[in-house]
Design a protein around this ligand. Structure first.
Ligand SMILES: [Zn+2]
Length: 282
């Protein structure tokens, strides 16, 4: 059931949509605090699935082998004993990539922990991401895409994998809807949250979710599809500078919520900042 819920996540929809139109990128970054390893298996299965219908079908032999980590054409590149991957490991990847896939149509290299990739490693990888054989695919898992060099990032499609706890809460969705109703509605909504004696964890979850939704809306502005309905609403309602400003406000208050115990004070401070954000000012 839990697994099922994850496959309804935004990232899963994005992978399915791309796989359906045969536009799933050969280089994907899965970024965020969620279960990126599961997302990586899902993306690898989308590359290797033989179903005529939805991909990954998670039923065919190819999908099942990927999900059980026994597919011969999926290579997990990590070092569980040392902090960083060695030059030897990366050279091995370079050799592996040029060995044709065994039973699938593609060879998929998964890097489950990009913290292990030094800039030198990334430079070597950049070459094979750019010039490797057509059947090669790469999946990079990382808490934040900033851990990867801009040169790598520019070759990849980035998908956001939020944690269970970061799954967008209904409070976050409600707050984002209110943003589209204007200044006065924002004021009333935040005052009502204050009066509801919201707990700090609930506020953090709300602000976190709102941050995520505004980030998704910004991505939609640049043509990346999103599964979140509220993100689509935000994207339709606001210009990129306004979304940017709002996203900046939520980002700031995510930090604020972590050390400020006074929920009322945080909400009070957020009112003028959000109103400024609505005018596109940070
Ligand atoms: Zn399948």
């Amino acid at each position: 059931m839990e697994q099922q819920a994850r496959y309804n996540s935004t990232w899963a929809k994005q992978i399915r949509t791309a796989a359906k139109s045969r536009t799933l990128s050969h280089a994907i970054i899965l970024a965020g605090g969620g279960d990126t390893a599961t997302a990586a298996r899902f993306a690898a299965a989308a590359h290797l699935c033989r179903s005529e219908g939805e991909r990954p079908c998670l039923q065919c032999a190819q999908c099942r082998k990927v999900m059980e980590d026994i597919h011969p054409d999926v290579v997990w590149v990590q070092d569980t004993e040392r902090r960083d991957l060695s030059v030897k490991d990366i050279r091995q990847v370079r050799r592996d990539v040029y060995i044709r896939p065994n039973e699938g149509e593609r060879k998929v290299c998964i890097f489950p922990d990009c913290k292990q990739l030094t800039p030198q490693d990334q430079n070597v990888l950049l070459k094979i991401v750019e010039e490797g054989p057509a059947y090669a695919a790469f999946i990079f898992c990382t808490p934040t895409a900033h851990m990867l060099l801009p040169t790598i990032r520019s070759r990849c499609v980035e998908l956001h994998v939020t944690g269970e706890e970061q799954e967008v809460s209904s409070r976050a969705a409600a707050l984002c809807r209110v943003l589209t109703e204007g200044d006065e509605a924002v004021l009333q909504h935040l005052v009502s949250l204050e009066n509801s004696r919201m707990k700090r964890e609930e506020l953090l979850e709300t602000v976190d979710g709102a941050w995520y939704l505004t980030a998704e809306a910004l991505l939609m502005k640049s043509g990346k599809p999103s599964g979140a309905e509220v993100a689509a609403l935000l994207s339709r309602s606001f210009s990129a500078p306004v979304l940017n400003a709002l996203n900046g406000v939520f980002d700031r208050y995510r930090a604020e919520c972590r050390y400020n115990v006074n929920v009322g004070a945080v909400l009070g401070a957020m009112i003028p900042d959000l109103r400024r954000g609505l005018r596109g000012k940070r």
